[in-house]
Design a binder for this molecule. Sequence first.
Ligand code: PLP
Length: 368
Amino acid sequence: MRKIPVACVSLNGNESKYVLDCLEGTWISSIGKYITLFEQEFAKFCGVKHAVATNNGTTALHLALVACGIGPGDEVLIPTVTYIATANAVRYCGAEPILADVVPETLNIDVSNLRHRITSKTKAIIAVHLYGHPVEMGPLLALAEEFGLIVIEDAAEAHGAEYLGRRVGSFGKCSSFSFFGNKILTTGEGGMVTTDDDDLAEKLRLFRGQGVDPKRRYWFEVVGYNYRMTNIQAAIGLAQIEQIDSFLTARQLLASRYDIALAHLSDALVLPQKSPWARQVYWMYTVYLRDGGEIERNKCMELLAERGIETRPVFYPMHVLPPYAQQSSFPTSDKWACRGINLPTHLLVSQQDVEYIADALKEALVAL
Ligand SMILES: *Cc1c(COP(=O)(O)O)cnc(C)c1O
């Protein structure tokens, strides 16, 4: 039987060569040329001045919040549909994530429904570009400006996504990325914070390296963290960013193949939406059942698994998870998150695989 994983790492560029170079030169820790090179290339890719590499996407987000001065008593607006790291990073600062509902098309934060959640304690909004679809940044930036809020992008799932022709990671005061094994670009584990702000970049570097004074060894002015990336991770990252254009093109091609192969199922399935202002990079190709809920969705995923097709459910909204549970209702999140299925989205999914998956989905939908 065919086996199609939901995600797959692609290491066909200079990854081995650069990693071997680290090993042979013994630069395997968090000092070395690949860190600087990867940071420079990543900053260029996002169209910003600074990129600060970290050991994963969660620490990148935490570091971003710390450098922006988020602390105890502060409130930070986040979408309820996201990966839990977004909410956790806010809590690590002693601040409270304030959950907001999402828009149905992309499950990105619903900016038109945020105003009443802003209080005197609100300090920031985290814009999560879910599954590779950018948030509509115009209205979000306008709202943030009106209330003097800091905008931070969680771009962990959206390397290369664009809003009105401009790359994500360049809109916020700073932005975080993840390079976990299943992300669009990977270093195994890894993360990055991008910013145009010179002072903020300096703070990010300070807090990343235990808060040590760059001019005075073992002198610490603040409580910092060890969130450094290794030269080996950065070597993989540099090789990956060299291939980013082909990665994005391949994902785009796969998405259009799914669009075509699944079009005839659109009575039963909602396919990814296209916004004229967006370049969506399809970290995941997500479909939603028009009817039914979690039970039908899980059944559908089981039927696909029986045919060797690995899928993932859309994230549970934060408001149903024990650490962030609350009674408030988030109608759009409640309606759509439990119906979402992420289909295999990676460079090794062929046209034949797409047809096989479409076939299996059709049978599964009939059997529900
Ligand atoms: C993956 C992810 C993170 C965390 O990244 P890690 O590298 O796994 O720590 C944060 N936010 C979102 C939206 C993610 O998808």
